[in-house]
Write a protein that binds this ligand. Structure first.
Ligand SMILES: [Fe+2]
Ligand SMILES: [Fe+2]
Length: 165
């Protein structure tokens, strides 16, 4: 279906982020298994749980608005997940891989922050006020996850990696 109106674009963006979340939902358990630092494993596991809730929020928005999502694959998330796989293939398990995994996860969070930021703005413009606040809740979770990863990197993970000879 061509994208002509702002409403069409909103549905396209919502379909894209839905695909992104589904792909991430499959990748996060792999990233948790690939990590070594217990706090990083816990962060990935917690964000996996949050991601299930975020997918439920998308379903709520779709149901409440009687929207029809498009079957599209988010190519950006496919690439980000692919890069996370490359890290796991190329770096042995340990602190250096953990640093790389944090970087991969933060790329994902920034993509999601941009996606949900756009969606919240579009929902507000279109007068979908409940959808806007529902999607805003997810936007805040993505931001919090990004901050948490930064903190983990700065407080422990990066320094542990510096000791690897
Ligand atoms: Fe998400
Ligand atoms: Fe996320």
């Amino acid at each position: 279906m061509p994208i002509k109106t702002l409403q069409d674009l909103f549905i396209h963006e919502l379909s894209d982020i839905n695909s992104a979340e589904k792909q991430l939902s499959k990748a996060l358990p792999r990233m948790a298994r690939a990590a070594e630092d217990p706090a990083l494993i816990a962060a990935f596991e917690q964000h996996f749980e949050e991601t299930q809730g975020q997918l439920e929020r998308i379903d709520q928005v779709v149901e409440a608005g009687n929207f029809k999502l498009k079957r599209i694959k988010c190519a950006a998330m496919e690439g980000l997940v692919e890069e996370a796989k490359e890290i796991i293939d190329e770096i042995p398990k340990g602190p250096v891989r953990d640093v790389a995994l944090v970087g991969a996860a933060q790329r994902v969070e920034h993509y999601e922050i941009a996606g949900y930021g756009t969606l919240v703005a579009l929902a507000k413009t279109l007068g979908h006020d409940v959808a806007a606040s529902t999607l805003h809740a997810t936007l805040e979770e993505e931001k919090a996850t990004d901050i948490k990863l930064t903190e983990l990197a700065k407080t422990t993970i990066n320094r542990k990696a510096l000791l690897v000879k």
